[in-house]
Design a binder for this molecule. Structure first.
Ligand SMILES: Cc1cc2nc3c(=O)[nH]c(=O)nc-3n(C[C@H](O)[C@H](O)[C@H](O)COP(=O)(O)O)c2cc1C
Length: 182
């Protein structure tokens, strides 16, 4: 059956799937990198598993491919600068850890000291999805350091004009911004 998806309609719906963006880091043979990732989702409760999707364009993707380990750090409101720092420049050009404090975790992946929490784990399986690879991750360590931190969602980034959605198909974002100071 030949099906042609209307890209505008498709992006209009995809733009309405909210996530908390995370900094995903890894280390391979002394080379560290990390990038901002919105394609992250829990995928099993027992045993606990999550899926992390990395773009084939990214150095972080290449290093995870080799290291087989990573750490996931949800970004909090107030840490908007991390979206640009980790999400709009590549570790091929800059050492992103020169100005962001980190320490090695149990897998060797850099753990961001200022993150409100993190999950560190190893890749159990990978699947090429298209221009991203899905990675099934087994958690090996986790910590929630600040339970009062407000996770910075993609909808909030849209609403505050910090990131442009794929389409301007209506504008529901402000309704999803949590109340409180920004
Ligand atoms: C809002 C936003 C969402 C992003 N989501 C993802 C994602 O889900 N997966 C991914 O691999 N990159 C994602 N990126 C892109 C990377 O963060 C970006 O390409 C980064 O500069 C790659 O750095 P690196 O080459 O050092 O790995 C996103 C960027 C932004 C701004």
């Amino acid at each position: 059956m030949a099906v042609q998806v209307d890209a505008r309609q498709l992006n209009g719906v995809l733009d309405r799937l909210n996530t908390t963006g995370c900094i995903v880091t890894t280390e391979f043979e002394g080379r560290r990198d990390g990038c901002y990732i919105s394609y992250i989702v829990p995928s099993s409760m027992d045993p606990p598993r999550l899926m992390v999707h990395t773009s084939h364009m990214n150095l972080t993707h290449e290093l995870i491919e080799r290291s087989g380990v990573l750490a996931v750090h949800p970004v909090a409101r107030g840490q908007e600068a991390w979206v640009e720092h980790f999400g709009q420049q590549t570790g091929r050009d800059v050492d992103k850890f020169a100005s962001v404090a980190s320490r090695p975790g149990v897998t060797g992946s850099p753990i961001l000291v200022e993150a409100f929490g993190y999950i560190e784990g190893r890749v159990l399986d990978s699947m090429v999805c298209g221009d991203h690879t899905a990675r099934l991750v087994e958690p090996l360590a986790a910590a929630l350091r600040d339970s009062s931190a407000v996770p910075l969602t993609i909808f909030e980034l849209f609403a505050r004009g910090l990131v442009t959605p794929n389409t301007q198909f209506g504008n529901p974002w402000p309704a999803f911004v949590p109340q409180g100071p920004q």
